[in-house]
Design a binder for this molecule. Structure first.
Ligand SMILES: NC(=O)c1ccc[n+]([C@@H]2O[C@H](COP(=O)([O-])OP(=O)(O)OC[C@H]3O[C@@H](n4cnc5c(N)ncnc54)[C@H](OP(=O)(O)O)[C@@H]3O)[C@@H](O)[C@H]2O)c1
Length: 274
């Protein structure tokens, strides 16, 4: 047991769950938060595992979550902002309420939770805030407008936060996963077809949905969530962490080509791929 306290949002499945388990196996005290209690109960199987039922968009739940941890342990050493989903669909067809919800979950809920954790970290003159972004925070893909917008925004917010907090001993790190085998693609695909599966964008939506099935299906490029969890652990344990970690290798390659290619060429390649 190393006595460090970690709070992970979106810990009920995928990357969040895998990360929680990795931290628990390394002797950290881990609080996992999400909305689905049934899927958080695995945390109880560990002596230092706890869960909090929290919808990241609910102010009262965010406050209670942080207060309970501080009351029990007096500190949060590492905050992992991982909860998120993809509100896919053509920009013309995504209702503004859904676009707002995308930002409430992926950005504003995250930033409000972070604001509750910062004062304690500042007092302790240490802490790590690890934000799970995506390569989607640097590139575009068809019919992903609001998801990309939310992750691009998270990249900018995290860059500013990293520099605002550096003099207080708090480190802010971005993780940029590529395709990872979790529930994420299914949710994004469902949202895509619900919003744009019929009507003027039907063809684009069907094409993207079937491409996702290939990418995330058996033999596809999607990696296991443990790969991301390992990068998160690396970032959490490094005394001089990088600002960004892109994983797995395909994520690094995609970001390299995005950096290298002019917009027109990148658009062509992306449209061809999808
Ligand atoms: N999988 C990928 O290919 C991929 C690639 C790049 C980045 N990411 C990012 O990685 C993060 C984790 O996603 P994942 O791939 O592990 O997908 P996932 O298995 O669908 O996990 C998403 C998590 O977020 C939680 N969540 C969703 N809405 C929430 C809300 N309103 N309040 C609180 N928790 C909420 C879910 O829990 P409940 O439903 O129980 O609340 C779940 O635990 C996301 O930020 C995603 O954008 C994923």
């Amino acid at each position: 047991m190393n006595g460090k306290v970690v709070l992970i949002t979106g810990a009920s499945s995928g990357i969040g769950r895998s990360t929680a388990e990795k931290f628990l196996n390394k002797g950290y005290i881990v609080y996992g938060a999400a909305r689905t209690e049934e899927k958080l109960k695995y945390l109880n199987e560990y002596p230092d595992g706890y869960y909090q039922i929290m919808d990241i968009t609910e102010a009262e739940m965010r406050k209670n979550c942080v207060q309970e941890i501080l009351a029990a342990h007096g500190k949060i050493d590492i905050l992992i902002n991982n909860a998120g989903y993809g509100a896919y669909g053509a920009i013309e067809e995504v209702p503004v309420e859904e676009a707002r919800r995308q930002f409430e979950v992926n950005l504003f809920g995250l930033s409000e939770l972070t604001k509750l954790v910062i004062p304690g970290m500042r007092e302790n003159k240490s802490g790590k805030i690890i934000n799970i972004s995506s390569i989607a925070g640097k590139i575009w893909t068809p019919l992903g407008g609001w998801y990309h917008a939310s992750k691009f925004a998270l990249e900018g917010l995290s860059d500013c936060l990293r520099n605002e907090l550096k003099d207080f001993g708090i480190k802010v790190i971005l993780i940029e996963p590529g395709a990872i085998e979790t529930n994420w693609a299914e949710t994004a695909g469902e949202n895509l077809l619900k919003t744009s599966g019929e009507g003027i964008y039907q063809k684009q939506a069907q094409r993207k949905a079937s491409k996702y099935k290939i990418m995330y299906g058996e033999g596809g490029i999607a990696a296991q969530p443990e790969v991301v969890a390992s990068a998160i652990i690396r970032a959490a344990e490094d005394s001089h962490p990088k600002a960004r970690y892109a994983v797995p290798v395909h994520a690094k390659l995609i970001l390299f080509f995005r950096w290298l290619l002019p917009d027109r060429v990148y658009d062509f390649v992306t449209n061809k791929f999808f």
